[in-house]
Design a protein around this ligand. Structure first.
Ligand SMILES: Cc1cc2nc3c(=O)[nH]c(=O)nc-3n(C[C@H](O)[C@H](O)[C@H](O)COP(=O)(O)OP(=O)(O)OC[C@H]3O[C@@H](n4cnc5c(N)ncnc54)[C@H](O)[C@@H]3O)c2cc1C
Length: 500
C-alpha cells in the first residue's frame, strides 16, 4: 500500500489521532475515535495484539534516543539555548559504545592543538581532505561532511572549555612520532570517561534529564502523520511508556550486533562475531517504518580486535604483528588494517609483540591496564626471541627470520614489504606479546538525511520533527569525533527549528 501512495497520504488515511507506527509502516493502538474505520472492515476498538492506545506520560521539547557520544553531543545546543531536553537509553547505563571506545579522536586545529603549538586550522585541513573524500566517492553530501568536519573541532573545544572534558596533553606524544591529528582522553587510550562523564554531568547541570531502561520501539504520529512522540518499553517493568516531543533525535548507534541486518547488508562481515552486543539497528528500523530510507548500508567498515585498545597502540609506539606461524603480515601503524587482514587471510588469531618502548611510552597507562586485565592473553617478559617463540608456541626459526627482516627494514629506514611509516623501530628484550582475534564492531550505513540532518523519505522530502546523527547516519563517519560533529550539526538544526 505504502509503495503506491505518498507516505503522508497513506498515514492521513489511516490515522485520526495519535497512533503508534509499527515496523513496516503499519499503524497500531489508535485512540477509540481513531481512523480504523477508514480501512476496510475494521471497527472501533479493533487493535493490534500487543499494543495499547497512546497515552503520553511526559512531554519535552527535544527527545533524544540514545546516550552515546552522538546523543549527548546533540543535546548541547538545545540545552544551552534553554530548551527542555530528555535523553533516553534502553540500557541501565549512559554512554553506549562511546564510553568503551579506545578514545582515538581525529580532530584538527583545536584549542588543545594551539596550546601544544601545533599549527593549522580545521578549515585548512578540510581543504586538503575534501578532494580525497570526493574522489573516494564516500559521501552524497559534501556540504554535510564539511559541517561535520568543522563541528568536530568545535565539539572538542566546547567539551574541553565549557564542560571540563579532559584530554591527554598533546605535548606528551607530539614529538614521539605519533600523529598529532589524534586527540586522546586524559590518561590516553581507553579513558573515554574523562571526556564523556564531564559532558554528561554538564548537560545535567544545564537542565537535561536522562531516563534509562527505556527502549524506543515506535514513533507516535498525529492525524497528519507527523511524528509527535515515541513509544518505549520500560525494560525493568515491562510496560509501555509514551513520551511526547516537539523534536526527536535518533542517536541509537549502528547495527553491527544485528545478525539479520549484517547478513543482509554486510555479508562480508556476517561470519565474524560482534565485539559488542547492543548496536542492534533499532533506530534504523524505527526510521524506516516511518518512511525513512536506508543509505549505503553495504559500505564496508573496518574490523577490530577483541583487544580493541591493543589494536591502536601502533599509532603511539613500536610493535610487530605476526601470524600464528610467526610471520609478519601487515604494517603495524594503521590499527584497523591488522584485523581486516587477519580476517581476510583467515589467520584465526594474531599476535602483537612489544617491548618497554610501549610499556613506558605515552600510552603506558593503557598498556599496563591491558597487560593486567588480559593476563591470560599475555606472554612475557621474555629475554630472547627463542624464549618468546616457545611461550607463544610459534616456530622459533620463523620468528627470528621475521625479526631479522624487520630490523633490516628499520636499518634501511624503509619498510618495503609492508609500508610501515610510524614507529619503524627495532624492539629489544624483554619482549611481550598479546594474542588477538578479529571481530566486527561498527557499521557505516544509516538513514538518508538532509544537510541539516533531518530524516527524509524516498522522495527526498524531510519527515517532520525527526533528526538523525552518529552511527545512525550513513554520512556521519561512524567514529567518535565525526559522530560528535554530526550531533552538533543536528543539535544546531533542532535549536534553529524550535526558534522558528
Ligand atoms: C571497542 C570499541 C572501540 C572503539 N574505538 C574507537 C576509537 O578509538 N575511535 C573512534 O573514533 N571510534 C571508536 N569506536 C567506534 C565508536 O565507539 C562509535 O562509532 C561511536 O561510539 C558510536 O557513537 P553513537 O553515539 O552513534 O552510538 P553509541 O555510543 O553506541 O550510542 C547509542 C546508544 O543508543 C542506545 N540505544 C540503541 N537502541 C536504542 C533504543 N531502541 N532505545 C533507546 N536507546 C537505544 C544504546 O544503548 C546506546 O547507549 C570504537 C567502538 C568500539 C566498540
Amino acid at each position: 500500500m505504502e509503495t503506491n501512495m505518498k507516505r503522508r497520504d497513506f498515514l492521513k488515511t489511516a490515522i485520526a489521532s495519535g497512533a503508534v507506527l509499527m515496523a513496516g509502516g503499519a499503524l497500531a493502538g489508535c485512540a477509540p475515535t481513531g481512523g480504523g474505520n477508514a480501512s476496510k472492515g475494521a471497527s472501533d476498538g479493533d487493535s493490534v495484539v500487543g499494543t495499547s492506545p497512546v497515552s503520553f506520560s511526559e512531554e519535552t521539547d527535544v527527545l533524544i534516543l540514545g546516550t552515546g557520544i552522538a546523543g549527548m553531543s546533540a543535546a548541547m545546543d538545545p540545552v544551552e539555548a534553554g530548551h527542555k531536553v530528555m535523553l533516553v537509553d534502553k540500557l541501565d547505563r549512559i554512554g553506549g559504545e562511546s564510553f568503551i571506545a579506545c578514545g582515538v579522536m581525529n580532530v584538527s586545529g583545536s584549542v588543545m592543538h594551539q596550546e601544544a603549538g601545533i599549527p593549522g586550522t580545521a578549515e585548512e585541513k578540510w581543504a586538503k581532505y575534501a578532494p580525497v573524500l570526493e574522489k573516494a566517492g564516500e559521501t552524497d553530501d559534501l556540504e554535510y561532511k564539511k559541517n561535520v568536519y568543522l563541528c568536530q573541532t568545535e565539539w572538542a573545544d566546547r567539551v574541553y572549555q565549557d564542560y571540563g572534558a579532559k584530554f591527554q596533553p598533546l605535548a606528551e606524544y607530539k614529538d614521539t612520532g605519533a600523529p598529532t591529528s589524534m586527540l586522546l582522553p586524559e590518561h590516553g587510550i581507553g579513558d573515554m570517561t574523562t571526556v564523556l562523564t564531564p559532558l554528561q554531568k554538564g548537560l545535567e547541570e544545564k537542565g537535561a534529564t536522562y531516563k534509562l531502561n527505556l527502549r524506543a520501539t515506535n514513533f507516535i504520529v498525529n492525524k497528519d502523520g507527523n511524528p509527535i512522540g515515541v513509544r518505549f518499553n520500560d525494560e525493568k517493568n515491562s510496560k509501555t511508556v509514551d513520551i511526547k516531543a516537539q523534536k526527536i533525535i535518533v542517536a541509537t548507534g549502528g547495527f553491527s550486533c544485528n545478525q539479520e541486518m549484517m547478513s543482509s547488508f554486510l555479508p562480508t562481515q556476517a561470519k565474524l562475531g560482534p565485539l559488542t552486543v547492543h548496536s542492534m539497528g533499532e533506530g534504523h528500523q524505527m526510521c524506516k517504518a516511518l518512511g525513512g530510507v536506508y543509505n549505503r548500508m553495504d559500505m564496508e567498515a573496518n574490523r577490530m580486535s577483541d583487544l580493541a585498545q591493543v589494536t591502536v597502540w601502533g599509532y603511539f609506539g613500536p610493535n610487530v604483528q605476526i601470524t600464528p606461524q610467526g610471520r609478519r603480515f601487515i604494517k603495524e601503524d594503521q590499527s584497523h588494517d591488522t584485523p581486516d587482514k587477519a580476517a581476510e587471510l583467515e589467520l584465526g588469531f594474531w599476535w602483537t609483540i612489544f617491548d618497554n618502548q610501549l610499556t613506558s611510552g605515552s600510552q603506558k597507562w593503557n598498556v599496563e591496564q591491558n597487560m593486567k586485565s588480559n593476563a591470560e592473553r599475555l606472554v612475557g617478559p621474555c629475554n630472547t626471541l627463542d624464549e618468546l617463540a616457545t611461550a607463544m608456541d610459534v616456530p622459533a626459526d620463523n620468528l627470528k627470520a621475521t625479526f631479522e627482516a624487520y630490523d633490516a627494514a628499520v636499518a634501511a629506514g624503509e619498510d618495503k614489504e609492508f609500508g610501515k611509516k610510524l614507529f619503524l623501530k627495532s624492539l629489544a628484550a624483554p619482549y611481550y606479546a598479546m594474542k588477538h582475534f578479529p571481530y566486527r564492531y561498527k557499521t557505516h550505513g544509516g538513514m538518508k538525511i538532509t544537510t541539516d540532518s533531518q530524516l527524509v523519505d524516498k522522495d527526498g522530502n524531510p519527515i517532520a520533527n525527526v533528526y538523525c546523527c552518529g552511527s545512525t547516519v550513513a554520512d556521519s563517519g561512524s567514529d567518535l569525533s565525526p559522530n560528535a560533529g554530526s550531533a552538533l550539526v543536528t543539535g544546531k538544526a533542532v535549536t534553529a527549528a524550535l526558534k522558528a
